[in-house]
Design a protein around this ligand. Structure first.
Ligand code: SF4
Ligand code: SF4
Length: 166
């Protein structure tokens, strides 16, 4: 299957496939969770290296990023700022009470690349999180990002074939 990387096309397909995707989520919940984890991990290992995140950057342009105290210390330090300067420039309290980056797209994205890559936050390192266990328990979150992330979109489309759903 040819990989789809156009965000516009992915968004259009997400709208067209809404009913199909709801049915797929119900189907996946009935499958063996360990077998689904294994299938997702294998697909992710094959698909992720073929998708150029620097040509996309859509997670950095559209997600709210949580920040811990340790992460804020680390990035402030790397930018040679003290914490009060850093917090005032880049952070605010989110609705959960946790600190978040105060702009979407993220301040630290430039030319589709992360300017604090070595010190980036845990949520940035983890996304799109298809390497993690318990995929079947995270389906709601995964599908929230289906129309945003070409890696998720392509893994889900191939998973439909691999599981016999499509
Ligand atoms: S810190 Fe870097 S990786 Fe994280 S959202 Fe911002 S630009 Fe993207
Ligand atoms: S992780 Fe997904 S949304 Fe983020 S840059 Fe890569 S392909 Fe795009």
């Amino acid at each position: 299957m040819q990989l789809q990387t156009s965000l516009l096309t992915i968004q259009q397909l997400a709208t067209e496939k809404e009913n199909e995707n709801n049915a797929f989520v119900s189907f996946l919940k009935q499958q063996d969770a360990d077998a689904i984890d294994e299938a997702v991990h294998t697909l992710n290992q094959s698909i992720e290296p073929k998708i150029d995140c620097t040509a996309c950057g859509n997670c950095c342009k559209s997600l709210m990023i949580n920040v811990t105290e340790e992460e804020a210390d680390r990035v402030a330090n790397s930018l040679h700022m003290n914490r009060s300067q850093f917090d005032e420039s880049y952070l605010e309290k989110g609705s959960s009470g946790l600190m978040v980056i105060n702009t979407i797209p993220c301040h630290f994205l430039a030319d589709n690349k992360c300017t604090v890559y070595e010190d980036r936050f845990a949520g940035c390192r983890e996304f799109p999180a298809l390497h993690l266990p318990y995929f079947s328990k995270r389906l709601f979150t995964v599908m929230m990002h289906y129309d945003r992330c070409p890696i998720i979109f392509n893994v889900m489309e191939e998973l439909k074939v691999k599981t016999g759903f499509a």
